[in-house]
Design a binder for this molecule. Structure first.
Ligand code: DC
Length: 229
């Protein structure tokens, strides 16, 4: 019997181009793109708004039952995040929210709280899902796992360009330092640390253009879907 849905898990550090590549690959394949970092960012924003300490698992866990977080897709196909009925898709994209998201994502209670929401999407739809633990924890049976990475310097340059385009005055040194700190936090935490699944295909985008990265991922998806569907 042929499968009706196909799942692609893309993990890797921030700034490797994951979200742009995953989004473009999903569009080309006709799959739904799920940005799981945005979900963690939304929890981070809720914690910030509640004035709670993002590093305290007890304080963060106490907020979770009261949160209403959901996501849907706008007319142009972009994922929109909603917190307590408010569209917070832009509010979660600040350097401060990056740090809040990184802090709250270290708590097992937060990861457990968000697990079903993520699995549910991949159960019902063909998805390209990006994050840190998609191939290792969320979708261990994903049809294709990719670990997308790049050197810290290449990632900091890209993130700086993104921030500058939004008028953010951060410097290269600040962005690189944030990136290194977040990598450290994300890969050394006890709960679902950032690491490549054993069966993941490694894609290093340091010396690739965006188009080359997208094409590489699409080629991998084509190979696997032809074999699986
Ligand atoms: O991909 P991003 O930069 O938007 O992610 C924000 C933070 O959320 C990042 O520091 C790590 C965390 N995260 C995670 O722990 N697990 C995921 N699946 C996605 C993101």
């Amino acid at each position: 019997m042929s499968k009706s849905v196909f799942s692609v898990a893309i993990d890797g550090p921030s700034g490797a181009g994951k979200s742009t590549v995953a989004k473009a690959a999903a569009a080309r394949c006709g799959f739904i793109y799920v940005d799981t970092g945005a979900i963690y960012r939304t929890v981070g924003l809720a914690v910030r708004r509640a004035g709670a300490d993002p590093h305290s698992e007890r304080a963060v866990a106490a907020l979770l039952p009261r949160l209403s977080i959901r996501f849907d897709y706008g007319p142009d196909g972009t994922q929109r995040m909603h917190l307590d009925g408010e569209d917070v898709s832009e509010a979660i994209r600040t350097p401060e929210m990056s740090m809040y998201a990184s802090a709250v994502s270290a708590h097992p209670a937060v990861r457990a709280y968000l697990l079903d929401m993520q699995r549910d999407m991949a159960w019902k739809n063909s998805v390209v899902m990006d994050g840190r633990d998609i191939g290792t924890v969320v979708l261990p049976d994903a049809d294709l796992k990719i670990f997308l990475t790049a050197s810290p310097e290449a990632r900091a340059r890209r993130r700086l360009a993104e921030l500058a385009a939004k008028g953010d005055p951060s410097t290269y040194e600040e962005v690189l330092a944030d990136m290194v700190k977040r990598d450290e936090q994300d890969s050394t935490r006890a709960a679902a640390p950032l690491k490549a699944a054993e069966d993941a295909v490694l894609v290093d985008t340091s010396d690739m253009t965006l188009d080359e990265s997208i094409e590489r991922v699409c080629a991998l998806v084509r190979e696997r879907t032809e074999a699986a569907l």
